[in-house]
Design a protein around this ligand. Structure first.
Ligand code: FAD
Length: 338
C-alpha cells in the first residue's frame, strides 16, 4: 500500500504546529490503512528536526537540507516535492492551509494532475460506489463546508493520486504519538530535482511581523458577536476575560461591524480554538462560527433569544441581555474567588 506524506513547514528549526497536527491526523489514517507515515522536511540547517517528527508519529522522515532552501521559495520547494512524489507515489499528501501551503500545494497538485481539496475540516477513510457500479475502497474522504457553509461536502479523488488536501492550523488536534519510535531518515539528493531556473526569484529583504493577538492557545475565551452592539460594549467582554484570565474572541459579524480586530475572529474564515471554556456572548451560532469553537471543553452562551442555535451546542445557556448578565458574572466571580 502506498504511503501518506505530510509536508512539514519549518522556520528556524521549529516545526509549525499545523504540520504536527497533520502528522497526528496522518498517523491515525496510516494506522487505518496499514501504511507508513512519511514526513517531508525541506529547508536549511535541519539537523535534529527528525526527532520531533518521529515523536508525532512519522515512520520515515525525508530531509532536503540545503542553504538555498530557506527561507521558503515557491519554485525550489515545488521541484523537490513534485520530484519526491513522482518517485514515492504517495496515496495521500497533506499540507497546512497556511500562506506557504496555499502557495505550494496547488502547484504540486497541478504538476501531478491530482486535484486538491482546500481547507478540510475533517479527513476520514471510507469506501465509495458510484452510479456506474464502480466500487472504491479506502478513499480519503475530504470533508469541508461548501456553498457558503450551507452544506458539509465530502470530496473524493477516486482515480488520481495523491489524494491531496490542505487543513488550517488548529482544526486538527496535535498529539505526541504514544507508540512513537525512531524511524528511518532518508536524505534527499536535492541536485536531482533542482534547476538554476528554480532560483530566478531572489529574496532581497524579509520582514516578519509577529502576531500581536493570539487567541489560539487561550484556555478561556470570552467571544462577542453582533449582539454585543458596539466596540465600546466589547470593553465589558475584555473585563470578564481579564478577571477569568482569558482572551477575547469575536464572530465575523462583530469583526465586520468594527467591534473587534480580525485576529480575534473565530470560525471557518478565522481561527479554530479548543479552549477549556468558551463564553459566547450575543452570538447566534451559525455553522461558520461553530466550526471554529465547537470542540471547546465547555460552552456557555449568553443570548437574549432562548432559541438561538448556539444554545443547542452550549453546556449552559443563559437567556438574557449581555449588559445585565456579564456585570453579574464579573461581580460574583470576584466575590467567590476571594
Ligand atoms: P448574528 O447572527 O446577528 O447574531 C447576533 C446574536 O446576538 C443573536 O442570536 C441575538 O439574539 C443576540 N443578541 C442580540 N442582542 C443581544 C443582547 N443585547 N444580549 C444578548 N444577546 C443578544 N462567522 C464567524 O463567526 N466566523 C467565521 O469564520 C465565518 N466565516 C464565514 C464564511 C463564509 C463563507 C460565510 C458565508 C459566512 C461566514 N461567517 C462567519 C458568518 C456567519 O454566517 C454569521 O453571519 C455570523 O457568524 C453571525 O455572527 P453573530 O452570531 O455575531 O451575529
Amino acid at each position: 500500500m502506498n504511503n501518506i506524506f505530510v509536508y512539514c513547514e519549518i522556520e528556524n528549526g521549529k516545526v509549525a504546529d499545523v504540520s504536527l497536527e497533520l502528522l497526528t491526523k496522518g498517523r491515525t489514517l496510516a494506522n487505518q490503512l496499514a501504511c507508513s507515515l512519511e514526513a517531508l522536511a525541506i529547508g536549511s540547517e535541519l539537523a535534529g528536526v527528525e526527532d520531533e517528527l518521529f515523536r508525532y508519529g512519522a515512520d520515515v522522515v525525508h530531509i532536503a537540507d540545503d542553504a538555498r532552501l530557506a527561507p521558503y521559495r515557491t519554485l525550489p520547494h515545488t521541484s523537490i516535492v513534485v520530484g519526491v512524489f513522482k518517485e514515492e507515489q504517495p496515496q495521500i499528501a497533506l499540507f497546512g492551509a497556511t500562506t506557504l501551503g496555499r502557495d505550494l500545494a496547488p502547484r504540486v497538485s497541478s504538476a501531478l494532475k491530482s486535484g486538491l481539496t482546500a481547507d478540510c475540516t475533517s479527513l476520514e477513510i471510507g469506501d465509495h460506489s458510484d452510479n456506474k457500479g464502480n466500487e472504491y475502497k479506502n478513499l480519503l474522504l475530504q470533508i469541508r463546508p461548501a456553498f457558503g457553509g450551507n452544506i458539509i461536502a465530502t470530496i473524493i479523488n477516486p482515480d488520481c493520486r495523491p489524494q491531496m488536501a490542505t487543513v488550517r492550523e488548529g482544526v486538527m488536534r496535535k498529539e505526541v504519538y504514544a507508540d512513537a519510535k525512531k524511524g528511518e531518515v532518508k536524505t534527499i539528493d536535492v541536485s536531482k530535482y533542482l534547476n538554476d531556473t528554480d532560483f530566478v526569484v531572489e529574496i532581497i529583504e524579509r520582514h516578519i511581523e509577529e502576531r500581536k493577538i493570539d487567541i489560539k492557545g487561550a484556555p478561556i475565551i470570552v467571544a462577542g458577536g453582533y449582539g454585543v452592539g458596539s466596540k465600546e460594549n466589547f470593553d465589558l467582554l475584555f473585563e470578564l476575560a481579564n478577571v477569568l484570565g482569558g482572551e477575547v474572541g469575536a464572530s465575523r459579524a462583530a469583526v465586520d461591524a468594527g467591534y473587534a480586530e480580525h485576529a480575534r475572529q473565530v470560525g471557518q474564515t478565522g481561527v479554530t480554538v479548543r479552549p477549556k471554556l468558551y463564553i459566547a456572548c450575543g452570538i447566534s451560532g451559525q455553522i461558520q462560527h461553530t466550526a471554529g469553537m465547537q470542540e471547546a471543553a465547555m460552552i456557555i452562551s449568553i443570548n437574549n433569544d432562548a432559541n438561538a442555535p448556539i444554545n443547542q451546542i452550549a453546556d449552559y445557556a443563559i437567556t438574557g441581555d449581555i449588559a445585565d448578565v456579564i456585570p453579574k458574572m464579573i461581580k460574583y466571580y470576584k466575590k467567590n474567588s476571594k
